[in-house]
Ligand binder design. Structure first.
Ligand code: ADP
Length: 295
């Protein structure tokens, strides 16, 4: 809140300074209209000062926003690490200090295993994000059947979130859709997108995945959910590193690092493809689109 006020203060200060400079410039021109040479010099210098000031303000604003996003990311990661650790500790302490019936004990083990999975996912995501940013890192270039890859990612999603058959539907052409790429990296792409589709569907989970190969050049995948949707202004921003959209307010229990979609886009682009999002608005579901070159 304090940071927000400071940002607004500096923004207003920047705008006021610009307004004063423009007023000075115009006043000065009016007063010295006869001295043409000086006037031209003056105009050029004032124009330079104004450009400098504008660039400076834009740079400052960008830096402030980046800092805010870093803070939010650190908070999110700390939370994502602390919550499962605290929960595992609690269950372990209970198991150590009391005699627990076998059935209850099994339940505790299952909760601890789920917490452990959550910890692992966070750590893997942070590692994957820095790996994806490594320059010059080479991808494996294997021939892959995209339909098989999607079916596998769906299988993992179903067992991870205990979803029944009807919650996730896959449609694809009868003939295989082949691409070249890195199997593990592409698994990361689709499991991030599918996990998000579940995470941001607070009510009933209904996900449909459509693989098409209508173009000779590209394979296209559409992942559609009926979740909280994305506001129009956020559709591009969600792919930025650390960015978490305001729709996360409608699902406050959902925590995240804001890294998933930036990893998705980086991997897809490394494969010569494209990733984007569309939504009919908040509360009306989202569709994520991935396009990859065919062989
Ligand atoms: P995280 O989920 O860890 O916040 P992501 O990079 O995966 O980070 O997603 C960035 C943001 O995009 C999320 O915070 C969320 O607001 C939005 N988002 C991602 N997937 C969906 C989806 N399927 N439906 C609605 N919003 C989504």
């Amino acid at each position: 809140m304090r940071r927000r006020r400071t940002t607004i203060f500096f923004l207003i200060l920047g705008i006021c300074l610009l307004a004063i400079t423009v007023a000075l410039n115009v006043g000065w021109i009016l007063l010295n209209v006869r001295e043409v040479a000086l006037l031209i010099f003056g105009i050029i210098f004032f124009a330079l000062i104004i450009t400098g000031l504008t660039l400076n303000t834009i740079f400052l604003l960008r830096e402030i926003r980046r800092n805010e996003q870093h803070d939010a990311f650190l908070n999110a990661v700390t939370h994502e690490l602390k919550t499962p650790i605290a929960s595992i500790k609690l269950y372990l302490d209970t198991l150590l200090s009391r005699d627990i019936e076998p059935e209850k004990r099994r339940e505790f083990y299952e909760i601890m295993s789920a917490d452990n999975e959550r910890l692992l996912t966070t750590v893997q995501q942070v590692l994957q994000a820095s790996r994806t940013r490594e320059k010059g890192r080479r991808l494996d270039r294997d021939e892959l059947d995209l339909g098989v890859l999607l079916a596998e990612a769906i299988g993992i999603l179903r067992s991870r979130h205990h979803l029944d058959e009807s919650a996730v539907r896959l449609t694809m052409p009868t003939e295989p859709v082949m691409i070249t790429g890195d199997f593990r990296e592409l698994q990361t792409v689709f499991s991030n997108l599918l996990d998000n589709a579940v995470k941001y569907s607070p009510d009933e989970v209904r996900i449909s995945i459509r693989l098409t190969a209508q173009s000779a050049k590209y394979a296209e995948v559409f992942i559609k959910d009926n979740g909280v949707g994305i506001a129009r202004g956020d559709l591009k921003r969600v792919f930025k590193r650390f960015y978490r959209s305001s729709n996360t307010r409608s699902v406050p229990a959902v925590k995240g690092t804001g890294l998933g979609l930036s990893i998705v886009r980086a991997i897809v682009e490394k494969h010569g493809g494209r990733a984007s999002a569309s939504s009919r608005g908040e509360g009306r579901g989202s569709t994520f689109y991935v396009r990859l070159p065919r062989i």
